[in-house]
Design a protein around this ligand. Structure first.
Ligand SMILES: Nc1ncnc2c1ncn2[C@@H]1O[C@H](COP(=O)(O)OP(=O)(O)O)[C@@H](O)[C@H]1O
Ligand SMILES: [Mg+2]
Length: 406
C-alpha cells in the first residue's frame, strides 16, 4: 500500500489514528472537569501502566478536552530522575500562566501570580543553570519562605485564584511521575489537598509506571481522596481489532480475518505493538484486503523495528551487571519474580544483588507492585532479553567451597 497514506503511528506520545478502548477514563476525566468547573469537589486522575500502553496519549487527550472546555492547561510536563518537585511545579505553573496570559490581557491577578512564581523560583537554591523567563517583578512575602510545603501550597493557590477569574480552572499534567521521590509525591499530594480544600479549580492528572499508585498511597492519606486511580494496559481483542481496522477503512483498506487474528495474537493487544504492526503490514501489502501472507512477511520487519525503536534504547541504559540480572529474570519465564528467586538464579544473595535491582528500578526498567515481586516495565521485554542476552549458566558461581588462593 502507499506509504504516503500509511495511517499508523508507532511513536511515543503520538495520537493514534483511532483512540480506542479508553472511553471510561475519558468520561471520568470529563466529569471531574465539569464538577470542578461548577465548584464541586472532584478528583484528579492517576494513570498507571507499563510502557507503550497509551498513558501519555491519554494525558494529551485530557489536555485537549480541557482546552475545548475553556480550561487553562500546562500541557504535559515530564518528570525525570534528577528533577526536584519545586522546579517541576514551577514549570507547570509557568506554562499554565503563559497559557492564561495568551488568552486574556495580563490582568492584575495574572501579573500577581507571575510575580509570586518569580519569587518562588528565586527562593530555590540555584545552581545557575536553571531559570524561567519571567518578565514580572517578584511579589515578596508569598511562596518564597524557603519552606517547600508552605511555598508549594501558596504558589498553587495563587495560580488557582488567577485562573478562576479568567477561565473554568487550571489543569496540570504530569508524566513519568514514578521519577519523583516518595517524599516529593507526598508533598505534592499535601499541596493539592490544601488547594482542593479551598475548592480552587486546580486539577492534577498524572501518569507513571505501575508502582506509582502504591508510591502515592503509601505516603499520605490524601491520595485516595484526591485521585481516581486507573491502571491501563493492553487492549481487549475487539478494541485492538478496531485500532487496526478503523484507520485502514478510512483509506478503503480492509484486513482478512486470519491476518487480523494473527496480528492481535502477536501484538497481544499492546497499543505500541499494534501501531508497529499496522505500519509494517500496510507497507508490505500490495492490495486490499491485507492478507495472512502480508502479515507473515511483515513479521521480521516488526521485530527489527521494535528491537531498534522500542527495546534497544531501554536495554542500553543498563550496566553489564544489571543486564545479567535482567537475563536471569527473563530466564525464569514470564510473569513476575521475587528478588530471592532472581538472586538465586544468579547464585547470589538478595543482598548481594540489591544494587542491580535498585538500579533497574530507578531506571524504570523493572517495577514491583508488591514489595518484592519484580516484572519488566516493557511488554514482551523478557522475550527480547532472551534473544539478545541469553542467560549464561556459566555466570553462576560454582557451588561448594571457593577455590583456594595460591
Ligand atoms: N487507545 C489506543 N489505541 C491505539 N493505539 C494507541 C492507543 N493509545 C496509544 N496508542 C499508541 O501506542 C503508542 C504508545 O503510546 P504512549 O502514550 O506513548 O504510551 P505510554 O505513555 O504508555 O508509554 C503510540 O504509538 C500511540 O499512538
Ligand atoms: Mg509515556
Amino acid at each position: 500500500m502507499n506509504p504516503e497514506t500509511n495511517p499508523y503511528v508507532p511513536a511515543a506520545g503520538s495520537r493514534p489514528p483511532a483512540l480506542v478502548g479508553r472511553d471510561p477514563e475519558l468520561e471520568a476525566f470529563s466529569v471531574a472537569l465539569s464538577r470542578l468547573g461548577k465548584g464541586i469537589h472532584a478528583r484528579g486522575m492517576i494513570l498507571d501502566g507499563i510502557r507503550g500502553v497509551g498513558k501519555t496519549v491519554l494525558l494529551r487527550e485530557f489536555n485537549y478536552i480541557a482546552r475545548e472546555k475553556g480550561w487553562i492547561t500546562s500541557g504535559v510536563v515530564e518528570c525525570d530522575e534528577s528533577d526536584d518537585l519545586r522546579r517541576i511545579v514551577a514549570k507547570l505553573c509557568h506554562r499554565a500562566l503563559r497559557d492564561l496570559s495568551k488568552r486574556k490581557a495580563a490582568a492584575d491577578a495574572v501579573r500577581r501570580a507571575f510575580g509570586v512564581l518569580k519569587a518562588f523560583t528565586l527562593a530555590l537554591e540555584d545552581d545557575g543553570k536553571w531559570r524561567l523567563n519571567i518578565d514580572f517583578d517578584a511579589v515578596k512575602g508569598v511562596a518564597d519562605s524557603g519552606d517547600p510545603e508552605v511555598d508549594l501550597v501558596e504558589l498553587l493557590g495563587e495560580v488557582g485564584k488567577a485562573t478562576s477569574r479568567h477561565g473554568d480552572g487550571v489543569l496540570l499534567l504530569l508524566d513519568e511521575m514514578q521519577f519523583l521521590s516518595k517524599a516529593d509525591l507526598g508533598m505534592l499530594s499535601m499541596a493539592m489537598h490544601q488547594v482542593s480544600q479551598e475548592v480552587l479549580p486546580v486539577l492534577l492528572a498524572g501518569a507513571g509506571l505501575p508502582q506509582l499508585p502504591l508510591m502515592l498511597k503509601e505516603n499520605k492519606l490524601y491520595a485516595e481522596r484526591l485521585f481516581t486511580f486507573r491502571s491501563i494496559g493492553s487492549l481487549r481483542p475487539a478494541h485492538a481489532a478496531k485500532a487496526l481496522a478503523v484507520p485502514a477503512a478510512r483509506e478503503n483498506v480492509s484486513y482478512a480475518k486470519d491476518a487480523l487474528a494473527y496480528i492481535l495474537e502477536q501484538s497481544q493487544g499492546y497499543p505500541y505493538f499494534l501501531q508497529q504492526w499496522g505500519e509494517a503490514v500496510w507497507n508490505e501489502a500490495e492490495t486490499s484486503p491485507i492478507c495472512m501472507a502480508d502479515a507473515l512477511a511483515a513479521h521480521e520487519l516488526v521485530t527489527d523495528e521494535l528491537d531498534r525503536r522500542f527495546f534497544r534504547d531501554r536495554y542500553d541504559t543498563a550496566t553489564e551487571a544489571e543486564r545479567i540480572y535482567m537475563a536471569a529474570m527473563a530466564n525464569l519465564g514470564p510473569g513476575s519474580h521475587s528478588s530471592a528467586e532472581i538472586a538465586a538464579r544468579m547464585g547470589l544473595t538478595v543482598k548481594g544483588s540489591s544494587v542491580r535491582r535498585d538500579g533497574l528500578l530507578k531506571k524504570g526498567l523493572v517495577y514491583s507492585r508488591v514489595d518484592t515481586e519484580l516484572d519488566f516495565t516493557v511488554p514482551q521485554f523478557a522475550a527480547f532479553i532472551k534473544r539478545i542476552h541469553p542467560f549464561d549458566e556459566r555466570q553462576r558461581p560454582r557451588r561448594g567451597r571457593p577455590p583456594r588462593k595460591v
